[in-house]
Write a protein that binds this ligand. Structure first.
Ligand code: DQA
Length: 148
């Protein structure tokens, strides 16, 4: 079985994009860190990023056939706008943790609104790249508890 780590628009620019808010770490480095955590657990990691809503939707649609049993999802700006992505997750009924590098509650008021938080297993926001690894630990514990 696999864990899907899915990343939304502009996250390909991590490292150069508003470093005061998102930090110096690149998405490639975040992927490396997650792979290092996944390997000893014998879990497959599918790591993906897209700037296009439909590409993210398609990735979620094929998650069950890809063997994905859990998702770590940073929807980026789609957090605050995408009913279509919310519906895609509900359609495949995939448990997930919503992750944000920045603390969305300490920024513009529109970032406090999420189309995902109420259907997520949990939400991690404001812990930078550590949030992905913490989500991974929680995913592992969840999968262990459900014998997946
Ligand atoms: C983000 C927060 C969003 O509000 C923003 O649009 C992003 C990144 C984060 O990881 O902090 O692109 O999801």
């Amino acid at each position: 079985s696999a864990i899907l780590c899915l990343n939304g628009p502009n996250l390909n620019l991590l490292g150069q994009r508003e470093p005061g808010i998102y930090g110096q770490i690149t998405l490639a480095r975040i992927e490396q860190r997650l792979r290092a955590a996944a390997e000893p657990m014998g879990l497959d990691l599918i790591f993906a990023q897209s700037n296009a809503e439909h590409v993210l939707i398609d990735q979620i649609h094929r998650a069950p056939t890809d063997g994905v049993v859990f998702m770590i999802f940073n929807p980026a700006a789609f957090t605050h706008s995408s009913i279509a992505l919310r519906d895609a997750i509900l359609a495949v009924n995939l448990p997930f943790i919503e992750v944000h590098l920045s603390n969305v509650h300490a920024r513009e008021p529109f970032r406090a609104q999420s189309y995902f938080s109420d259907i997520a297993m949990g939400v991690i926001s404001g812990l930078g790249a550590d949030g992905y690894e913490l989500a991974f630990i929680a995913a592992q514990n969840y999968l262990r508890s459900t014998n997946t």
